[in-house]
Design a protein. Sequence first.
Length: 234
Amino acid sequence: MVIKVAIIEDSKAYVSEMAQYLKEHEIEIVNIGYNGKEALDILNGEVFDVLLLDLILPHIDGMTLLKKYIKQNKQFKVICMSAFVSDDVLKESVSLGVDYFLIKPVEFDVLLDTIQRVLTTTDSNIEEMDALDLLLEKIGFSSNLNGYEYIKYGVHLMLQYNRKMPLTKELYPLISQNYNIQANNVERSIRHAIKLAWDKELKSYWYNSEKLYVRPTNGEFLLHLYEKFKKETR
């Protein structure tokens, strides 16, 4: 079966490369819109299996499209893409029927895998984030700490790219870019969150999981969460 995809994204250069890659892998691009107004024409006139939707668009933004024009008559899968993500955006996205959320820039092999996956499974990476929330709170992490959000975002990134990511060269800079802070603040905030949780429930959880009594480093803890959720959700 040929997979039909519609793309709504304001960067013409990015869309051109994306569409070319997908076509080379037997994905049919039925239409492309570069702003919210063009998106309405696509939503009202095209039949497709998957919608690739950028949240930041001229005229009508992606969230408005989801609320007013997509949620009520959704007969296709929706993959949202955005360079900036917050916990509120993720939660609102799932309430509006988004099937998967990708952080830009998106590697095209990851995008292709996601398109194929959403058509064959009900799994959502937004559901992964909900499960991660529950685990972190259960083992003593306070959700009002910045480090809590940075841990979640870091795990989200590694799950998206399906690999361990070097902290100082890759993961911290990506987290700092999303939250508009310095990379050293990311490292310090995560370490602080782990330290506080260690004196609550994290110590017993870590021993039961890893058979270690020593408090984990940032890298050890992030890698543990990545491997745990990769195993449980793939």
